[in-house]
Design a protein. Structure first.
Length: 164
């Protein structure tokens, strides 16, 4: 009778292989988790960045439509009310960390919006700007700070009205 020799792995060899594979998987999991966290972070920043830029561009476009300084009715740190050249009253308000335009939300994430007003000589006018000083507004600075969890996104611009 012919005897066939079968070679197989011993139990110790199998345990060593399983331990080695386990260590490799544990190390790879850490790298994969970092890549997923980075992807989530960048996706969020891109999404809120698009929303914030859209809101900021809309604000810039409408502020540039102010016909003259007397069409600015309220000029506060977190509120700006004015008439455009199309005789439309625009009310930008920041309430409870939400940016509103005429009572409609512009951003889906919490935001802090601050308006600053400057005169012809670039001197900051203290807000709220009263009726006599509203006619001195030459430039409006808009700052938007968006935050969600531990992530922040900041935008800042300055607007010179066409007729200011």
């Amino acid at each position: 009778m012919i005897r066939i020799n079968y070679r197989a792995f011993s139990l110790i060899e199998l345990v060593i292989i399983m331990a080695t594979v386990g260590i490799i998987v544990a190390v790879a999991t850490g790298y994969i988790r970092e890549v997923i966290d980075l992807w989530n972070f960048l996706s969020f920043r891109n999404e809120i960045g698009v929303q914030a830029r859209f809101a900021l561009l809309r604000m810039i476009r409408e502020i540039r439509q102010i016909q003259n300084r007397s069409n600015i009715f309220i000029a506060e740190n977190q509120r700006l009310v004015f008439n455009t050249s199309y005789i439309e009253t625009i009310n930008y308000t920041n309430q409870n960390f939400q940016l509103f335009r005429n009572n409609q939300s512009l951003l889906s994430v919490p935001a802090l919006v601050i308006f600053r007003y400057y005169n012809q000589t670039n001197v900051l006018l203290t807000a709220p700007v009263d009726a006599t000083n509203r006619t001195q507004i030459r430039r409006i600075e808009i700052m938007i700070n968006l935050s969600y969890g531990n992530q922040d996104y900041n935008l800042r611009t300055q607007v010179f009205g066409r007729n200011l």
